[in-house]
Design a protein around this ligand. Structure first.
Ligand code: SAM
Length: 289
């Protein structure tokens, strides 16, 4: 049994398949004094399915600040509370951040009960690098704002993950193709853990064509996992680019300045760039010291 006194449990719940409810999540939901849910009507169905009878309160983005006061008071009085969202892990593009931040400020206990999340599930099947990734949540709904956001991410070398609403999937793939180029690889991960689960990876222009030709792909819930910018991530290409950058800089400035400027522009280490520039200078005979 849990020593749940005065703790807030952040409980992950299934993203479609109730079989993904964890044993520990059930134990916690059965033992807490109160369950704070994003949408109490929606969560009631989940709780009914598992025969859980704990009282509920609503905590959504519009009332989080006020409800946080009430939750904090209850935690101070020794009550235990679980936070759940409509699906998946709370706080991941879901409410709860303000509350958890305040709990830390007040030295109150926050305990994670890990489980499903569309973000991690999508990454795990997309077949794109996962050693570093960048979760961007939802892109703006309007085309201009969406493309502006994408332009700022165009050169991001880490794998990018976006949540997307089904009715915007064509518009977003179009923006991705326009801003990142038609050949950027994207994995569409749709209806995870559900009957019509789809995982389709292709160059964005091909994927867009496929989604447009298959209207059923514009339904349900989806995640887009997008390949990072290739130029800098591929070490061979990066080497050629840095080398031509240094060659150009060496015709205009000293070795030291060229290494410094290249370090500022590429984010690479100055000492290594200095050595590379020295080699280039020796092989090209360009001296401006
Ligand atoms: N907190 C949740 C989590 O941990 O995954 C995410 C909540 S966010 C408001 C909802 C978005 O998650 C959906 O619009 C969709 O992009 C993604 N999502 C949730 N369930 C999904 C599923 N079964 N398959 C694919 N994407 C899903």
């Amino acid at each position: 049994m849990f020593d749940a006194t005065g703790a807030l449990y952040i409980v992950a719940t299934p993203i479609g398949n109730l079989g993904d409810m964890t044993h520990r999540a059930l134990e916690v939901l059965e033992s807490v004094d109160l369950i704070a849910a994003e949408d109490t009507r929606n969560s009631q169905k989940l709780l009914n399915h598992f025969g859980i009878k704990a009282p509920m309160m609503a905590l959504h983005e519009h009332n989080e600040r006020e409800q946080a006061d009430e939750i904090i008071a209850k935690l101070h009085s020794g009550k235990s509370i679980a936070l759940i969202s409509d699906a998946g892990t709370p706080l991941i593009s879901d409410p709860g951040y303000t509350l958890v931040s305040r709990l830390h400020d007040q030295g109150l206990k926050v305990i994670p009960i890990p489980g499903p999340s569309a973000l991690i599930s999508a990454l795990s099947v997309a077949g794109l690098p996962t050693d570093h990734f960048c979760f961007e949540g939802f892109l703006p709904a309007k085309t201009g704002a969406r493309e502006k956001a994408l332009r700022a991410l165009k050169d991001e070398t880490r794998t990018l993950v976006f949540y997307e609403a089904p009715h915007r999937i064509v518009a977003t793939l179009t923006s991705l193709s326009d801003v990142f180029g038609e050949q950027r690889v994207v994995c569409l991960v749709r209806e995870l853990t559900k009957l019509y689960e789809t995982i389709k990876r292709d160059q964005v222009a091909e994927l867009l064509e496929w989604v447009t030709a298959n209207p059923e792909q514009k339904k349900g819930e989806c995640v887009l996992v997008v390949e990072g910018a290739r130029t800098i991530r591929d070490p061979k290409i990066a080497e050629i680019e840095v080398s031509s950058l240094l060659s150009g800089l060496l015709t205009k400035m000293s070795l030291k300045d060229a290494a410094q400027l290249a370090a500022d522009l590429t984010g690479q280490k100055k000492n290594a760039l200095y050595e590379q520039a020295l080699d280039l200078q020796n092989s090209q005979g360009t001296h401006r010291e």
